[in-house]
Design a protein around this ligand. Structure first.
Ligand code: KG4
Ligand code: ZN
Length: 334
């Protein structure tokens, strides 16, 4: 059969990304333009600034991604775009660009869910087996998603307040690290020889939900109390305490979910999947319990369009095409 080529666009937050994916797996191009340097000065993502930056680079990136892929625009099978969740103004830039391409080339449009993208990033490099359980951890999301079969998502747990990446970034800020601070906390935690004791937030015994804001406050309290007593507290010792508290709960709940739902694989995904403490704790635990753990390569963990192409391919195969009046949906559910 003739190969399929999907042009994918992702602009849900602070990365502009355009990719061309062949047959849902082979990444022919995957350009990513990060706005981190721009947002650093503000200590976080400023939505209006994000939208403007996407507008500045999207047209050139579309051109370059197609050129790098080596295929002709008329050979594209479909145009995929992240429809939500995300920042509405940021999403809109990608959607307008994708619709324009789809109309000009006469190709179908495939609105795609950002989290489905993070999950199917695993499919770029691995064969998925169902039922599967996905642990999605990023700057905007902390979710446990049960997948009974391909394209079937059931949200079984989510954060009730901050996302894990968000908590990492806030703690990092309190420890004096620049935005985004997750990788700094990760590095400091690895260097520390001790950890400050911090609470594990389990919520109700049977809940798969998470809560991070209390832990974040506990970190701030520990720092304030040390300051008031005139003591010096090594930032790395705080970083390690925080990381251990986060990782223990994530691992425990993910493994319990895998057991309860009889998942054949655990898929770790999202930007925080880059966290070394989380990766090694999950790897160790899954090895011990004989569970299969999949983690995408680093470049497909953080926001990128290749993962959107991977998710869109499955919709395209099922004939799930979007209307041209498809709208940005910041609160889109799976
Ligand atoms: O998936 P992502 O690129 O964007 C969202 O969709 O949110 O995730 C970004 C988040 C940021 O909060 C960043 O601090 C966090 O992932 N992150 C990490 C690490 N690398 C990135 N958090 C902890 N440890 C890391 N090594
Ligand atoms: Zn993301």
């Amino acid at each position: 059969s003739t190969p399929s080529y999907i042009l994918a666009v992702e602009t849900s937050c602070d990365e502009t990304s355009v990719a061309v994916v062949k047959d849902g797996r082979e990444v022919l191009s995957n350009l990513i333009s990060s706005q981190i340097e721009t947002h650093k000065a503000f200590g976080g993502v400023v939505p209006e600034v994000a939208s403007r930056k996407h507008v500045e680079v999207i047209t050139l990136m579309l051109e370059q991604a197609i050129e790098q892929s080596g295929i002709r625009p008329r050979d594209l099978s479909a145009i995929a775009v992240t429809q939500g969740p995300g920042l509405v103004g940021a999403l809109l830039v990608g959607i307008v660009a994708a619709k324009t391409m789809a109309m000009a080339l006469g190709k179908p449009l495939i609105g795609t869910h950002h989290i489905a993208g993070h999950i199917y990033a695993n499919r770029l490099t691995h064969e998925l087996q169902y039922p599967a359980m996905a642990l999605v951890v990023s700057g905007g999301h902390t979710e446990l998603v049960h997948m009974e079969s391909e394209g079937k998502f059931k949200l079984i747990g989510r954060t009730r307040d901050d996302a894990v990446g968000e908590a990492y970034d806030k703690v990092a800020r309190a420890l004096g690290c620049p935005y985004p601070g997750g990788p700094h906390v990760d590095r400091m935690a690895a260097e520390a020889e001790q950890a400050v004791p911090l609470p594990r937030v389990w919520l109700e015994a049977d809940s798969y939900d998470f809560s991070l804001s209390g832990l974040k406050s506990a970190v701030l309290n520990v720092l304030n109390q040390a300051k008031m007593r005139g003591e010096t507290l090594e930032p790395s010792v705080v970083a390690r305490g925080f990381q251990e508290a986060v990782v223990e709960v994530l691992v425990e709940k993910a493994v319990r979910a895998v057991r309860e739902y009889g998942s054949r694989q655990l898929l770790l995904c999202g930007g925080v999947a880059a966290n070394r403490g989380l990766r090694s704790a999950l790897q160790e635990r899954c090895a011990k319990e004989g569970l299969e753990l999949l983690i995408p390569p680093m470049e497909y963990c953080t926001d990128n369009a290749a993962m959107i192409g991977a998710a869109a391919y499955l919709k395209w195969q099922r004939g799930e095409i979007s209307e041209f009046d498809a709208k940005a949906d910041p609160g889109l559910s799976l």
